[in-house]
Design a binder for this molecule. Structure first.
Ligand SMILES: [Zn+2]
Length: 263
């Protein structure tokens, strides 16, 4: 599943290529029946919050959540757009460019009130500007009051928006934190350092498109296997203590960690 940095990259692409232009919106597959409500209007802004994307066409807003299978593809063309391939839920067209959306969990037109409601349900996003540390405060409040494990909390979009399985595993490892510790048992300073670490790491993802979480490997384009401390490294040696990295299923998602480093 794409993590927040991917969605922020998509928002950046929409802002640079589609913003300020009248966009034809169609649904080649037919399932996005609300496309007529926005088609032909000017895209005024694209905004990401966590894993959700909001495309503003004046007062009408398209809310998109990719979920597990959703994908975007962007194409340039000279005169006529190429025929859609596969199940394209929504196609966004401007002269010479198009964006195809396939397989999202959500793609719907909402209004300003519904937007506010959607945003209220989401926790703070480490990739958003944090005015006076309000987002950090909200994260601390939510995480520190919960008896759920910190590993579950970091995947909970109402606690922190945009973190997925890769960043979750890597943030916990970098904090040398036991993933099963309840949020309320994690010292506030440590929760704060996780938030700050997410604010440090996730922009690298937005910039490069890669989730690079190892210090010293943050340049160039390292192999996938070299990018992480623990994610998808079950059975391999920990890079720091040479103990074994393990995988456990927690709340139906795979959790990778080093039991020796993360006591
Ligand atoms: Zn270790």
């Amino acid at each position: 599943m794409p993590e927040g940095h991917t969605v922020h990259r998509i928002a950046n692409t929409f802002n640079s290529d589609f913003c300020g232009k009248k966009v034809k919106v169609v649904s080649p597959q037919g399932r996005f029946t609300q496309s007529e409500l926005v088609s032909g209007k000017k895209l005024t802004e694209a905004k990401a919050h966590g894993k959700q994307l909001f495309l503003h066409f004046g007062k009408a807003i398209i809310r998109i959540h990719l979920g597990i299978y959703g994908k975007w593809s962007f194409q340039q063309f000279s005169t006529t757009p190429p025929d859609p391939v596969g199940e394209v839920r929504a196609r966004f067209l401007i002269p010479n460019k198009l964006a195809d959306l396939r397989g999202p969990t959500a793609c719907e037109v909402i209004d300003e009130n519904q937007l506010q409601e959607a945003l209220r349900k989401l926790g703070p996003d480490p990739l958003a500007k944090d005015h006076q540390g309000k987002n950090l405060e909200r994260f601390l409040e939510k995480a520190h009051s919960s008896s759920r494990s910190i590993a579950e909390l970091l995947m909970n979009q109402s606690v922190i928006a945009g973190v997925g399985n890769v960043y979750r595993a890597e943030l916990l490892y970098r904090a040398r934190l036991n993933p099963f510790l309840a949020g309320k048992k994690v010292p506030k300073e440590l929760l704060e350092s996780i938030w700050l670490d997410a604010q440090r790491l996730m922009p690298i993802g937005v910039r490069t498109g890669m989730m690079l979480t190892r210090e010293g490997y943050l340049k160039g384009k390292p192999e996938l296997a070299d990018r992480y401390y623990v994610y998808k490294r079950a059975g391999e040696r920990c890079r720091e203590c040479s103990g074994k990295v393990v995988m456990e299923v927690l709340a139906a998602r795979k959790l990778y960690f080093c039991p020796r480093c993360q006591k």
